[in-house]
Design a binder for this molecule. Structure first.
Ligand SMILES: O=C(O)CCC(=O)C(=O)O
Ligand SMILES: [Fe+2]
Length: 250
């Protein structure tokens, strides 16, 4: 990733920040992830800040545009498929995300480091998205998921988009779909590159369990929140290594 003087433009009240940088710093004593990244809002098109979109390599902007439009189609299909899998109206997740739902793409570069006892590429976290679409490095492992207290490696399957459930889908599905805790461990010798695309509702949307999943036998688990409210809670917990979803449980 090219070094560049531009740093993040960060809006604390939403998930939205754009630009080059590494970890966002909230407190002086916070450990920092061992990572460099470029974070861009890619959809809707009027939310793009093109000053952060590199012109080199040639074709980057066109390729990212094309990639975004394909991922958007994939996301729409996934939302519909997940709704059907729960016997819900096809468009219930789409509707809760709103017409101006957001996609953000983050290019991650994890430098190698011999002191694995001192650094972590991406600390344990859940994603604050509805879903996350990940293009992992083709050669270098690093992503791990936590299950029953053990870390499991995500296998490298070339040219595959890995879909992760985010906190917002856990809330909307009243806990049926669960957002997994994951992390990226640093490699001793090789750098690792990945591209993550987060799908979010618009900042003003209210998120809550969809009606069809709340009943006397399956009571509502989560309070309703706007995405703005939820983003504030998410970042507070993210930096303390906690899970935001637990604080919006009823
Ligand atoms: O780099 C990866 O494989 C995953 C990155 C990740 O978890 C994230 O960006 O939220
Ligand atoms: Fe993540």
């Amino acid at each position: 990733m090219p070094t560049c003087g531009i740093t993040y433009e960060f809006e604390f009240w939403s998930f939205s920040y754009q630009g080059y940088g590494n970890d966002t710093i909230f407190t002086d004593d916070q450990p920092l992830d061992w990572i460099d990244r470029l974070h861009l809002t890619t959809y809707p098109e009027d939310q793009r800040k093109l000053k952060f979109w590199p012109e080199i390599p040639t074709g980057f902007r066109e390729t990212l545009h094309e990639y975004t439009m394909k991922l958007k189609m994939m996301k729409d299909q996934l939302f519909m498929g997940m709704a059907r899998s729960l016997d819900l109206e096809d468009n219930c997740f789409q509707e809760m995300c709103g017409e101006n739902s957001i996609m953000e793409t983050r290019f991650n570069m994890y430098p190698p480091c011999p002191r694995l006892d001192k650094v972590i590429g991406n600390r344990p976290h859940t994603d604050g998205s509805v879903i996350t679409l990940l293009l992992p490095d083709k050669n270098v492992e690093g992503l791990q998921f936590l299950k029953d207290g053990n870390w499991y490696k995500a296998p490298i399957i070339p040219d595959t988009i890995l879909v992760t459930v985010g906190d917002v889908l856990q809330i909307m599905s009243n806990g049926v779909y669960k957002s997994p805790v994951h992390r990226v461990v640093t490699n001793r010798e090789k750098e690792r590159i990945s591209v993550t695309t987060f799908c979010f509702p618009h900042a003003d949307q209210v998120i809550q369990p969809v009606n069809g999943l709340v009943s006397e036998t399956t009571p509502r688990l989560y309070l309703y929140k706007t995405i703005k409210n939820y983003a504030e809670i998410y970042f507070k917990y993210f930096h303390q290594g906690g899970r935001a979803n637990e604080s919006v449980l009823i």
